[in-house]
Design a protein around this ligand. Structure first.
Ligand code: SF4
Ligand code: SF4
Length: 221
């Protein structure tokens, strides 16, 4: 079991707790986990749990953005089973919860969404939407998720339209997720998919004589 700070509860007792607290008070979550685990990378379920916790209360806007769009990203498609991609290791967090239906989607797992859920249990994909963390040379940056383009009213304002704290938390989560090889590969595939969608959209605009819109620059300071 992990505490609020991603530290396993069973190592947080007595004198050890005091010394451990002093040593780790300024360390980021993933470094604490790595230190506790003897330098080993966090496993996928731990990584996803930490990120879900970090994004429990930090949302794209200071107010409930669902009020702007009637929670468009939660609306299931008519006559279709829709869902959100689970991150590697995330399935374990739904064990013993039969109300959540999970099915295979190619190499990935999809959690079926009925349009309503217990907020505390929503998958990481939902918490990150409409951004995605990606490696950018030596750093991790938050990008607008191309899959959000036709759903989310925040997309036209680009990355500047979201709350800086949200963007920063997405980037912190990216650093944690990239520590794990499985999650790293999952994010890499999402990046390739994102880039392919962006190229398709740009090509379509050129073919149809449309001007590029400002969100063609995907990451705007
Ligand atoms: S579609 Fe965008 S604005 Fe609407 S609830 Fe989802 S993230 Fe918020
Ligand atoms: S799982 Fe919950 S938060 Fe995610 S899309 Fe469905 S209703 Fe919305």
């Amino acid at each position: 079991m992990l505490t609020d700070h991603g530290i396993p509860v069973n190592i947080q007792s007595g004198a050890f707790r005091t010394v451990f607290g002093l040593l780790t008070q300024n360390m980021p979550f993933f470094m604490i986990l790595r230190a506790v685990k003897g330098g080993l990378p966090v496993n996928a379920t731990e990584a996803v749990s930490i990120c879900r916790k970090k994004l429990e209360k930090v949302t794209p806007l200071c107010t409930d953005c669902g009020r702007i769009c009637g929670a468009a990203c939660c609306r299931p498609m008519e006559a279709e089973e829709t869902g959100m991609l689970l991150f590697p290791g995330e399935q374990a967090l739904y064990e013993g919860k039969p109300e959540w239906k999970i099915q295979k989607a190619g190499q990935d797992l999809l959690i079926i969404c009925t349009g309503e859920c217990d907020r505390e249990e929503r998958p990481l994909s939902c918490r990150m939407f409409p951004l995605l963390p990606m490696e950018d040379q030596d750093s991790v940056r938050a990008y607008m998720d191309e899959r959000a383009r036709y759903v989310c009213p925040l997309v036209p304002s680009g990355i500047q339209g979201v709350r800086p704290e949200f963007r920063k938390t997405i980037e912190d989560c990216g650093r944690i997720l990239l520590e794990n090889p499985e999650t790293r590969s999952f994010l890499h595939h999402l990046r390739l998919e994102n880039e392919a969608l962006r190229t398709l959209r740009k090509d379509w605009r050129v073919t149809h004589g449309r001007q590029q819109d400002q969100t063609d620059t995907e990451y705007r300071e």
